[in-house]
Ligand binder design. Sequence first.
Ligand code: DAH
Length: 352
Amino acid sequence: MVTEEIEELRTSILAQITEADNSSELEQLRVAVLGKKGSLTVMLRTLGKVPAAERAVVGRAANQLRDELEAAFAIRRNTLVDAELDAQIAAGAIDITLPGRQRLIGSQHLINQIRDEICDIFRGIGYTVVSGPEVETDYYNFTALNTPADHPSRGLQDTLYIRDRSGSHSTIASESEVMLRTQTSGVQVRTMEMQKPPIYVLVPGRVFRRDAPDPTHTPQFTQIEGLVVDKGITFADLKGTMDYLCKQVFGLDRQTRFRTHFFPFTEPSAEVDVSCGICGGTGCRSCKGTGWLEILGCGMVDPNVFGFVGIDPEEYSGFAFGIGMERTACLKYNVPDLRMLLEGDVRFLRQF
Ligand code: DAH
């Protein structure tokens, strides 16, 4: 072996080190050159065969080359490993500067918020919350509420009947006819059948009518019915309770007034208005200049209704009321169109 050979080896290996473009390729090269059976190692072992005169020179050159290559491998290895690490980080990167993804947490719909609010108001004064079926028979929805088959007040509510495919039905509705309930009032009858007075119940629930949707009507809406039956209940109790309800829902500064009305199941009956929250009662566009907003129906339970459930009207008296949640929500938050509550537009709903 001569110094020229060493020089050649040096040039060739240094070039290969530079060309290696990943750390494992470089490692293979290092083993091939400096490993136990590596080319330089083998060469160093054959130094003994070099003539004595040249040995010192060649030996020094060969050892120098080994040191130089070891250093070159180390430097190149650092560069490659750094680059590989950078690439790895970039590929699997978690960019901690990105804003987090917020999960949308659902919230209660305004209609249900108002419903629960009213239920809480009445629970607070000793009422129990009960429920009844949405698919109801004519008997509970009308007849036992003092609304016989030929009674004109049935025409006030457009009923959605559930009939067999032939659509056949008698012209005069029978008590067993099935329908989607038009009011929660039927639960009054169901409650009085099951429980003896004193009765203080609240009945939230969905009701259905054959109405075309418009700003003040939807074919499905939510009512809360109230029923009280006890000894010595008077119209004063009804007035006080309705006034309390309106003040709790709309604010203590609101006034209420009662207007005579007709419902088949109450006598006397009344509609309750609450003073307009926008003008304070002086009259504005919201209240159509009257200063009042119509909010609910109520009355003293008709003795005929007691007759259907076997309660003695000489011993007991009571009152009942019905209030629409959608209408209440619209009046409370000045929503101009009831249908907005049902369209499911989260930009609207999120406000509440
Ligand atoms: N059921 C009536 C309606 O749908 C509301 C109502 C009025 C319920 C007077 C009552 C009541 O219990 O006493 O419009």
